[in-house]
Design a protein around this ligand. Structure first.
Ligand code: OAD
Length: 245
């Protein structure tokens, strides 16, 4: 199957890599819904909703500051690197990621759409318009004060919030014109992001899932490569290179 997938990738003029927490798992970043995942130890209602943020911004910040601290010793893995390498095989590669860790960019991907925000940005909670990008680690105070007298909030999408409209529109547009979409390391349960590969598929793209486990949408996709992204993706990119040689 990997040879057929490599042929599709080799022929593609536009590729979207749509990623979730699983691609960063081999770097040591915990996923959300697997055993011992983040949501098991940190209930969503306490750390990842607008209500939690307004009720106890310090607690929400402590959760994100803990994640920012964990990231201090984390490096991109061969999965991120293989995604970045796709750019040397195809002129039009867009990474659409649900991840907020910045590892795709650190691996060298140049076009990354972060549909769930970033751990490395903050903005005014009261909406005065101030954004801090990059927001340095460690935060000087939790919650960090904003110049307007309010406090800053992490620039991440909380449950019940809209996705950043412009970024998401661009992600949908890239999906609609992609020839191939790689769906990497996501359980495909969080919408509207989970719909990105389906938009592509409806427009005629080949959709390939890379994941050690079956997901909600496996049955809808054209191909499933079962295994860890850090093993499968380098192998796939190497096959595409062979086809090019
Ligand atoms: P999940 O924790 O829901 O799913 C992680 C997926 O990664 C699972 O399907 C695993 O099987 C897979 N996986 C684990 N190790 C892998 C590996 N080495 N290689 C490839 N895949 C692997 O994480 P997401 O799907 O990213 O949103 O979750 C989506 C959203 O839900 C997140 O962006 C976050 C979360 O709530 C917000 O916080 C808004």
């Amino acid at each position: 199957m990997i040879d057929e997938v490599a042929r599709r990738l080799e022929a593609a003029q536009r590729i979207v890599a749509f990623s979730g927490a699983g691609i960063s798992a081999e770097s040591g970043v915990p996923t959300f819904r697997e055993k011992d995942g983040l949501w098991e130890q940190h209930p969503i209602g306490e750390v990842a909703t607008p209500q939690a943020l307004r009720g106890n911004p310090r607690k929400v910040w402590e959760f994100y500051e803990m994640r920012r601290q964990n990231m201090q010793s984390v490096e991109p893995n061969p999965g991120h690197e293989a995604v970045a390498e796709l750019e040397s095989l195809c002129d039009d590669v867009t990474v659409v990621t649900q991840n907020i860790d910045g590892l795709h960019q650190r691996a060298g991907s140049t076009r990354v759409l972060e549909v769930h925000g970033s751990l490395w940005k903050a903005r005014c909670l009261a909406g005065c318009g101030r954004t801090v990008d990059p927001f340095p680690y460690p935060a000087y105070e939790l919650p960090p004060p904003c110049e307007c007298g309010s406090v800053l909030r992490p620039e991440v999408v909380l449950f019940g919030e809209m996705l950043p409209a412009e970024v998401f529109r661009e992600a949908e547009a890239c999906a609609a014109r992609a020839d191939v979409v790689l769906v990497i390391g996501t359980s495909s349960v969080v919408w509207p992001a989970a719909g990105i590969p389906l938009i592509a598929q409806e427009a005629g793209a080949t959709v390939i899932e890379v994941n050690p486990a079956e997901t909600e949408l496996t049955a809808h996709f054209d191909f499933s490569l079962r295994g860890a992204a850090g093993r499968i993706l380098p192998e796939l990119v190497a096959r595409v290179r062979e086809l090019r040689a």
